[in-house]
Design a binder for this molecule. Structure first.
Ligand SMILES: *Cc1c(COP(=O)(O)O)cnc(C)c1O
Length: 336
């Protein structure tokens, strides 16, 4: 399938410009996808709760005219989001209160989550931080200095995980400054970056970014977030190759989502396509129960049955670990 000229031109632009041109309303997205909003269960109230945001590089992977497309389901605001499912709350993981006080979340031994920004390039409707006041997470210089000092002062920390939001939304200059400070901390063995940008805005993976990251004496691990093989376009593949060729180890985490990837064949195809492009399947998360996301839930029983089917079909290293987040636990909890 050949791309229209306007899209080819869009993809030549700087990533920040591509981001600025992301879809931000239902009508524009539907028009682009040859869908009529009148035929879909869309909800403007859901948009008010949590805005629509979809970069063209992701929208271009959605099948035109298909209201049930698994990628569309991840980003389209629908009426189901307004329904209060029992057991779903605004802070399912119990992290958010802590995250406003400090940008360093130290829950597991040896590694900390360093929240650098609350923003993302895409608003996934199943996001566990969707109900959170994002502005409070913005990392000012003072908070950053305090956070770095806390990491420097605790020699038990061997790995810093840059997280968010999406840490790759920071400018190269901000990232460079951050990396420089982390690079000076002797007890750090690894820096890990948790980002969905290589998948949803592959233009972010520039040579300059890679140079910035690579200056680190520590090992660099990147955990991307991809839920369906259709998200892995030629541009995503190029971005993953560039990262991998520069010596960065790539893993993927997915969320098990009803109507998106709750099918063994789809999960197998995802693992195969990831690994075929240098990305190792890491985690398959059960949904965190954030308000507005109940319609995505796959039960633990179903999840177990699915992962057993995947295990029966693939080599062990292509089977992601099925896990769930449990407040107060010492690690992600294995379900299988
Ligand atoms: C998920 C998570 C991590 C990373 O866990 P790994 O099992 O090492 O991938 C670290 N800190 C926090 C607070 C987390 O939620």
């Amino acid at each position: 399938m050949s791309e229209p000229q306007s899209e080819i031109q869009h993809f030549t632009k700087h990533w920040q410009q591509q981001l600025a041109e992301a879809f931000n309303n239902i009508d524009d997205l539907c028009r682009y996808l040859d869908l009529s909003p009148d035929d879909l269960p869309v909800s403007t109230a859901a948009v008010e709760d949590f805005p629509l945001r979809v970069p063209l590089s992701f929208a271009a992977c959605i099948e035109k005219g298909n209201p049930h497309d698994p990628l569309l389901r991840q980003v389209l605001p629908i009426k189901d989001e307004l329904f209060a499912y029992p057991g779903f709350s605004n802070d399912p993981v119990g992290d958010l209160a802590a995250a406003t006080r400090t940008s360093v979340l130290h829950k597991y031994h040896g590694r900390v989550l360093f929240i650098n920004t609350g923003s993302c390039a895409i608003n996934c409707r199943y996001c566990f931080r969707r109900n959170f006041p994002y502005a409070d997470l913005q990392l000012g210089k003072q908070k950053e200095t305090t956070a770095i000092q806390a990491i420097r002062d605790d020699a038990s920390i061997s790995e810093v995980i840059l997280s968010g939001g999406d840490p790759l939304l920071l400018s190269d200059a901000r990232l460079a400054r951050l990396m420089q400070q982390l690079n000076g901390i002797k007890h750090l063995k690894r820096i890990r970056i948790h980002s969905r940008l290589p998948i949803v805005l592959p233009a972010r993976i520039t040579d300059e970014l890679i140079d910035t990251i690579r200056q680190s004496p520590q090992q660099i691990v990147m955990v991307v977030h991809c839920n369906h093989a259709n998200e892995i376009s030629a541009r995503v593949i190029a971005a993953c190759n560039a990262l991998k060729n520069s010596g960065i180890t790539l893993f993927n985490q997915s969320v098990l989502l009803k109507g998106v990837n709750d099918n063994a064949e789809i999960l197998c195809e995802l693992s195969e396509r990831l690994f075929g492009n240098g990305v190792i399947p890491y985690y398959l998360h059960l949904l965190d129960k954030a308000s507005g996301t109940g319609h995505f839930e796959v039960s633990e029983t179903e999840a177990l049955a699915l992962i057993k089917q995947v295990q029966a079909a693939l080599p062990g290293y292509l089977v992601p670990k099925l896990v769930k987040e449990q407040a107060g636990a010492a690690s992600k909890q294995p379900v299988f």
